[in-house]
Design a protein around this ligand. Sequence first.
Ligand code: HEC
Length: 196
Amino acid sequence: MKKASAFKLSLIALGVLATAGITTTTAIAAKTDDGITAQTMTDALHTVMAADRKIYTKLIISRLAKKEKVITASEHWKDEKALVLPAQMFRYASEEVAKKKPSFSYKLLSEWPINKQNAPKTKAEKEGLKFIAANPGKNFYTEEKLGKKKYFTAVYADTAVSPACVSCHNDHKDTPRSDFKLGEVMGGVVIRVPMK
Ligand code: HEC
């Protein structure tokens, strides 16, 4: 028992330390239906998502399409026998996860989207993307009500971790922005957890 409560306390302490970019205080204490802090959950999910995304771009796209020129990467991967883009990889995985009906959902958005479907729609998404772009290194946490349901919504910066991110976006015919630089925020990952 003692161990469990100490663990809980340290999680709260961690939460407080990690909330430099928080916008609402209620969001810190928010719990998921399973009783763990929503922020602890979304932070952990995002760590895995960001790592997978970075590794896929660096070890597959950048190496095979950019450096060794073995194969190209394209949104029309099926017709062109090309590699699936990092953003498509992310979306297909998110759709696969959704089939399991987990207690969260996630997507990749941007204020400067190549695909207009990836523009922010809700107030929290718009505020979140603005916040992470203006405050590098910080995450955005809030609560939002969509329909009748309340959600804990977290937005994490999606940064240009490889030169491949920058060159592909800057050169794409549909991009509304062509001055992205390495290390810059290009968009954000939105993770949503329904609240009690
Ligand atoms: C080879 C080209 C290519 C590479 C490399 C690439 N992207 Fe993209 N990215 C795209 C295209 C095309 C889309 C739109 C795809 C869709 O939604 O169908 C996209 C979508 C996105 C989106 C969602 C908003 C939008 O523009 O539609 C973000 C954010 C993003 N990419 C960031 C990155 C980052 C960060 C990297 C590197 C880790 C990266 N991209 C690598 C081509 C690329």
